[in-house]
Design a protein around this ligand. Structure first.
Ligand code: NAP
Length: 312
């Protein structure tokens, strides 16, 4: 039987990915939306979250797609009302609130899922399998995109807690923390912050690796023209490049996958919802905060450099 689910925060990602994934899955019935402006044709629409929880006790799962700063209050209310909760990335605005949600979910006996959609890109698992047993020598993340193209009008990204360039950058970190065998930690961080913004538009990070491999990441929101979402890795037994956000993989210069671009990325959200269905059935909690811990560390160690104002 399908789980009834409510989707809250009907913005870009809810429309682009969550709604199609839910509509296509036999595991789920999209039973309600909660949004001040958005709705989905044919689905009961609420503007108030508490009113939805009150009116629809039959809806046992909620998926939260609003930006990170307001998300905690929604997640807390849902858990206290006995609902299972799925969180868009990043799972919250701070690590402490994520830990608090995990404790609340445990106490309430409900499932809680911190999703990392990029981990579900088609070639992440094959990359992880290829890396197993090899010695890492070098890893370079290059995540450079045009914020005007991908985040039009999203002023929250530039406000404290909106992460700036770490909003896409955390996707790279979710892949890195998934595929590497050894834990890494940030050793230096430079944050380029526009004079009129509270969050960085670019960041340069280096990481310490237990076996001394060179690990670095360059995030930039100002890239026009070609866009890059690449992770290039050298090991003692050859090299690997994950590109297009994990959708394509080349090993020692040979392309490994048939599906590329959009086609290969389309599986991300269906896989997230399949994971959530399994988690709810098992009453499980999956709250891996490793990508977010790196972002928090980047802010803790970050050397701030003021750059020219950002005008959309
Ligand atoms: P968005 O287009 O700005 O939409 C977010 C929605 O959340 C808005 O439509 C708004 O709906 C609601 N919202 C905004 N501020 C709110 C507040 N203070 N309180 C309650 N609801 C609020 O943002 P998005 O791109 O969908 O991103 C949302 C989340 O998904 C972010 O965490 C982002 O990192 C993640 N994500 C985005 C993408 C992407 O490509 N855009 C990809 C993967 C993950 P109402 O005003 O109608 O209530």
């Amino acid at each position: 039987m399908a789980f009834k689910i409510a989707l809250a925060g009907i913005g870009k990602i809810a429309r682009d990915q969550h709604v199609p994934a839910l509509m296509a899955s036999p595991d789920w019935e999209l039973a309600a939306t909660v949004s001040r402006r958005g709705s989905v044709d044919g689905v009961e629409a609420f503007e108030n979250f508490d009113a939805m929880l009150e009116a629809r006790p039959d809806i046992t799962v909620v998926s939260l797609c609003m930006p990170p700063v307001p998300r905690f209050d929604f997640a807390r209310a849902a858990i206290l009302a006995g609902r299972h909760v799925m969180l868009e990335k990043p799972p919250g605005a701070t690590l402490s609130e994520c830990h608090a949600l995990k404790a609340l979910a445990r106490r309430a006996g409900v499932s809680l899922y911190a999703t990392w959609h990029s981990r579900e890109a088609a070639m992440v698992a094959p990359a992880k399998a290829w890396l197993a047993g090899k010695t890492l020598k070098n890893l370079v993340v290059t995540w450079k995109e045009d914020v005007r193209k991908w985040h039009p009008g999203q002023t929250w990204i530039w406000q404290a807690g909106g992460l700036g360039v770490f909003d896409p950058g955390i996707n790279a970190l979710s892949i890195v923390t998934e595929i590497l065998q050894d834990p890494i930690h940030i050793s230096s961080s430079e944050l380029l912050i526009p004079e009129n913004c509270e969050t960085p538009i670019a960041a340069n990070l280096t990481f310490a690796h237990p076996q001394g491999a060179q690990v670095s990441a360059e995030f930039d929101f100002r890239k026009e023209g070609d866009q890059f979402w690449n992770i290039a890795i050298e090991t003692d037994q050859g090299s690997l490049v994950l590109s297009e956000g994990g959708a394509t993989l080349s090993i020692n210069g040979e392309m490994q996958n048939a599906a590329i671009g959009d086609t290969a990325l389309k599986g991300e959200y269906p896989r997230l919802y399949a994971n959530m269905a399994a988690l709810v059935r098992a009453r499980g909690i999956d709250m891996d905060l490793a990508p977010m811990a790196h972002v928090a560390d980047a802010f803790l160690l970050g050397k701030r450099v003021s750059v020219e104002p950002f005008v959309e």
